[in-house]
Ligand binder design. Sequence first.
Ligand SMILES: Nc1ncnc2c1ncn2[C@@H]1O[C@H](COP(=O)(O)OP(=O)(O)OP(=O)(O)O)[C@@H](O)[C@H]1O
Ligand SMILES: [Mg+2]
Length: 305
Amino acid sequence: MKEVVQVQHVTKAFKDKAAVQDASFTIQQGEIVALLGPNGAGKTTTISMILGLIKPSAGEVKLFGKSPTDKEVRERMGTMLQEVSVMDGLKVRELLDLFRHYYPNPLSLQELIALTGLTQTELHIRVEKLSGGQKRRLNFALSLAGNPDLLLFDEPTVGMDITSRQRFWQTIRALSEQGKTIMFTTHYLQEADEIAKRIVLFNRGKVVADDTPAAIKARITKSFVTFNANQEWVKLLNGFPEVIHIYEQDGIIRIETEDTDAVLGLLFRENVGARNIRIEQGKLDEVFERLTTDMKEVGQDEALV
Ligand SMILES: Nc1ncnc2c1ncn2[C@@H]1O[C@H](COP(=O)(O)OP(=O)(O)OP(=O)(O)O)[C@@H](O)[C@H]1O
Ligand SMILES: [Mg+2]
């Protein structure tokens, strides 16, 4: 596996305030990684350092093993920033052509249209007359113009309607399957959960979790296995290590666990005769809240890094 992004002990201080503190993570080729965290957690600052727009106060960022400001590296990156700004005065098509000419191996206009869903009508509109959502779509197309290997998006779907959003993620998945490396920030946890292979969770400038969405959820949220069975099983199952708590009400037994697979195994092994088995997984929102608002309660022992 090739490491495309390496963030090594990176700190960024603005005056005496640390926006990012000793953050480290790596992204492998073809991965889709979501950078999550509450407002002010340091996501945009981290992306700006990865893009080479600002320099770390300490530590180092490497892209494809080189500096983010290296010319070859820049040609392999595409980005959509949090603040949308596009050059006024040109038509969409003209701006796309202009951007395509900056790069040695640009995508064709047709490819850009197919990937982003820009319409023929939109191509002939002056940039300043586009709606907010259309500007996003244009920005997306501009980010892909150079056929980049690494894509960095800061809150890409803000202001997109449902159809545009679905199309955007569909394209992102397809690009990832082609081997492109993708990193994005979002406040929509469901997007991170569904799209990202890995989540890097920031809080107050620090990386507080770095794992797959499933592992992050499994590690700190409770899951439950619920089923119908004879009440006598409540006592019998209570002693097993995979059972954290067991509850019973009206013939429905509910087992709290960190490992639903192990509990399912247990039910079959012990021949519980469980019917109507259901698994309730914890939600990412819950983890997010605990890790970012309850930092003190989560404590060192439970820190996920
Ligand atoms: N240019 C700057 N000068 C001074 N402080 C800054 C600057 N840029 C960011 N900060 C501060 O650094 C911290 C992290 O900001 P950052 O923009 O990285 O957060 P974020 O995680 O992207 O938040 P959001 O979800 O709101 O976009 C904040 O406290 C912010 O006020
Ligand atoms: Mg931001």
